[in-house]
Design a protein around this ligand. Structure first.
Ligand code: ADP
Ligand code: NI
Length: 214
């Protein structure tokens, strides 16, 4: 596989996601790819598979496309046209399908390449960037930034939240603060812990401003 395929894929994905405002813009893809390259270093993982799966991972997401199967077909056609082997195409599609399962109900990521891309995507949902993306997404969905009448407990399940209205702050509890425990790689876990810690201090400051009394 030649490395021109990486730059051609970058251009293709950049063109497709340049107008996105739901938190899946090109810069998300670029950050995930950079994180995945970092997690891939000094491992046995196939770097090209990691990079291509990172670049392509959101093109079949149902937040961006009506039919995920159509998205997967489009990715397969693109890679086939670039003469990527069937084995690598199948692997990339498996990574993307496994990543798109919602609520942690999907099958675990089996391959090291998939574990790296999944960790990289999760890391971009954490830290300062993760906070910014959550508020952007909530605005896009017309959810409030916070609703103090909703409970916020880290041990609440996604299902408990699904019954009611959510908010940006509630997304921290329903998903984001649970991510460090789900990380696959040691380097990913260390970064996730650091980024989650930053989010917890953000929450403390947020509540102290929310309940301000002179
Ligand atoms: P990714 O593209 O990284 O897999 P998602 O598609 O799950 O992430 O979500 C994109 C961004 O929007 C993430 O930063 C995520 O935390 C945020 N997000 C997803 N669902 C919600 C929600 N219900 N409320 C607020 N933010 C959300
Ligand atoms: Ni993503």
């Amino acid at each position: 596989m030649s490395s021109t395929i990486i730059s051609e894929t970058e251009q293709w994905v950049r063109g497709k996601l340049s107008h996105d405002t739901s938190g899946h813009d090109w810069y998300h893809i670029e950050r995930v790819t950079t994180l995945a390259r970092y997690l891939c270093k000094d491992t046995q993982a196939d770097e090209k598979t990691v990079i291509l799966a990172s670049l392509l991972h959101d093109l079949a997401d149902d937040k961006l496309i009506d039919d995920e199967e159509v998205g997967r077909q489009m990715i397969a056609t693109w890679l086939r046209d670039k003469h990527v082997s069937k084995e690598i195409i199948d692997h990339i599609l498996l990574i993307i399908s496994t990543m798109s399962f919602k609520g942690g109900t999907g099958s675990p990521m089996e391959t090291l390449e998939g574990q790296i891309v999944q960790d990289a995507d999760r890391l971009d949902a954490l830290g300062a960037i993760g906070i910014a993306r959550t508020f952007t997404y909530s605005g896009h969905k017309q959810q409030p930034m916070y609703d103090p009448s909703l409970p916020t407990r880290e041990d609440m399940s996604v299902e408990e939240y699904r019954h009611g209205q959510s908010s940006a702050i509630h997304h921290f509890y329903e998903k984001l603060l649970k991510l460090p425990a789900l990380m696959n790689t040691p380097k990913g876990m260390a970064l996730a812990e650091e980024r989650a810690q930053y989010m917890k201090s953000f929450l403390q400051q947020f509540y102290s401003e929310w309940t301000f009394k002179k």
